[in-house]
Design a protein around this ligand. Structure first.
Ligand SMILES: [Zn+2]
Ligand SMILES: [Zn+2]
Length: 207
């Protein structure tokens, strides 16, 4: 999932509407660097240390520097009481404010349900959300298969970080960049396709 901003209101509305039709999980950060030098994993209270360690271990295969920050509470400002969820778009901006270093990309990890507005749906539950391009992403274990959390969390994390590097969704069903479109197709994904892979390698990913 990813988000967009523009200085011209009309353009913003049209562009956002088009984007939401094509991609269900992306927001755009203004003037964000698309190549991160350092990835920081930000655990939110409740996520197991084991999950954080596992995902960071796997992400170290793709990023030269991966750090884990001290666990923090989810910001109350992102809480959406009607559905007992946290708004993923609010979490993305919170993560940016919390980590002002422009050379750092932050990946928030939570076990709570997260959501964002999508087309006419006010509150649409998602597995993850990212700016595209940008330097903050957030992933949640809430909608993942309970017996395959480790493997699926990794897939959601690389999908969102792919958006953070600028990648849009991919049409190939086996590619990590496919659009989940409200479901959980993660078990059908086997890796980045050649096109997505070469895009990321150009942006310093190790693949
Ligand atoms: Zn996506
Ligand atoms: Zn692809």
């Amino acid at each position: 999932m990813a988000i967009y901003q523009s200085t011209i209101k009309r353009t913003l509305i049209l562009f956002t509407a088009m984007t939401l039709l094509l991609t269900s999980c992306v927001e755009k950060e203004k003037a964000a660097p698309s190549i991160a030098k350092t990835l920081v994993i930000q655990p939110f209270s409740g996520i197991s240390q084991n999950q954080v360690d596992n995902v960071s271990k796997q992400l170290r295969k793709h990023f030269r520097t991966v750090k884990i920050s001290k666990e923090i509470d989810l910001p109350q400002s992102a809480f959406y009481p009607p559905r007992q969820r946290y708004r993923a778009d609010s979490l993305l901006s919170f993560l940016l404010t919390n980590e002002p270093d422009q050379k750092v990309t932050v990946l928030g990890v939570t076990d709570k349900d997260i959501s964002v507005g999508k087309n006419d749906i006010i509150d649409w539950g998602v597995m993850g959300l990212s700016y595209r391009p940008g330097r903050s992403s957030v992933v949640s274990t809430f909608r993942l298969s309970k017996t395959q959390v480790q493997e699926q969390l990794y897939k959601v994390a690389v999908h969102e970080l792919g958006h953070a590097s600028g990648l849009p969704h991919c049409q190939l069903k086996t590619c990590y960049m496919r659009n989940a479109d409200g479901g959980n197709p993660l078990n059908e994904e086997t890796g980045f396709c050649e096109k997505c892979k070469s895009y990321l390698v150009e942006r310093n990913w190790i693949l």
